[in-house]
Design a binder for this molecule. Sequence first.
Ligand SMILES: Nc1ncnc2c1ncn2[C@@H]1O[C@H](COP(=O)(O)OP(=O)(O)OP(=O)(O)O)[C@@H](O)[C@H]1O
Ligand SMILES: O=P(O)(O)OC[C@H]1O[C@H](OP(=O)(O)OP(=O)(O)O)[C@H](O)[C@@H]1O
Length: 212
Amino acid sequence: MKLCIALTKGRLEEQCLDYLEQRAFDVTPLIEKGRKLCVETDHFKVFFAKGVDVATYVENGIADLGIVGEDILTEYQPDVFNLIGLPFGICRMALAGIPTEEAPEGKRTIATKYPNIARSFFQEKGESVDLVKLEGSVELAPLLGLADDIVDIVETGTTLRENGLVVKEEFMRFSARCIANRSSLKVKRSLMLPFIEAIDKESEPRHVSSNL
Ligand SMILES: Nc1ncnc2c1ncn2[C@@H]1O[C@H](COP(=O)(O)OP(=O)(O)OP(=O)(O)O)[C@@H](O)[C@H]1O
Ligand SMILES: O=P(O)(O)OC[C@H]1O[C@H](OP(=O)(O)OP(=O)(O)O)[C@H](O)[C@@H]1O
C-alpha cells in the first residue's frame, strides 16, 4: 500500500520541495517531473494540483495527505483533518485600498479571491458591503474603479506598494498546512506517521534519506 500525497503547485511548490529536502526526502523525481503531474516511487504517489483541488482530493480520500495554504482551508472549509502547520507559505490576509483620510460614503464594494473570508470579516464589523469575486490580480480593482477596496493576501507588500495601495487592516495570518483525509488517518495510520513525524517542524530533521 502506498501513501498518496497531494502538493500545491504554483507559489507553494518550490518552498514545499525545499522543505521536504531539508527533512531528508529525496525530491529529485519531483523536481525532474517536467510536465508530469503525478510521480510514483516505491513508497509514495505524489501529485500536484491547485490549492483548492488539493483540499478536494484529500477530502474525497483520493489523497491521504495534502500540503495546502491555510487560506484555502479558511475559505473553503473542506472536511479534512488539519494536522500540522509548516514554516513556509507565510502570508497575511488584509483589507487594502487607495490611501484616503475620508470615511467611505455609503456601501463599499470589495474585490477579493476570498468571498467567504471577506464576508465574515465585514459581518463581524457589522458593515454591509458588496463583494466582487475576482480570480487574480485583485489589486487592479481599486485602480480601475471596479471596487473601493480589496481583501487579499499580503506577503512582502510589494504588489500593494507598486500599485499605490496600502494595508488598511490586517486580520489573519496563514502558513502552509499538512492536512489528512479523516478515514486514511485511521486506515493508513502506520504508513502516515513516519511521514508526518518527518515533516513536523517541531521534530529534528532526519538524517536517513528516503525517496519521495
Ligand atoms: N504572496 C504570497 N506569499 C506567500 N504565500 C502566498 C502568497 N500568495 C499566495 N500564497 C500561498 O500560496 C498558495 C498558492 O498560491 P498561488 O498564487 O500559487 O495559487 P493561486 O492563488 O491558486 O494562483 P494561480 O491561479 O496562479 O494558480 C496560496 O493558497 C497561499 O497559501
Ligand atoms: O505582498 P506580496 O509579496 O506582493 O504578495 C501579494 C500578492 O501575491 C498574491 O498574488 P499572486 O502573485 O499569487 O497572483 P494572483 O493575484 O494573480 O493570484 C496576492 O494575491 C497578492 O497579489
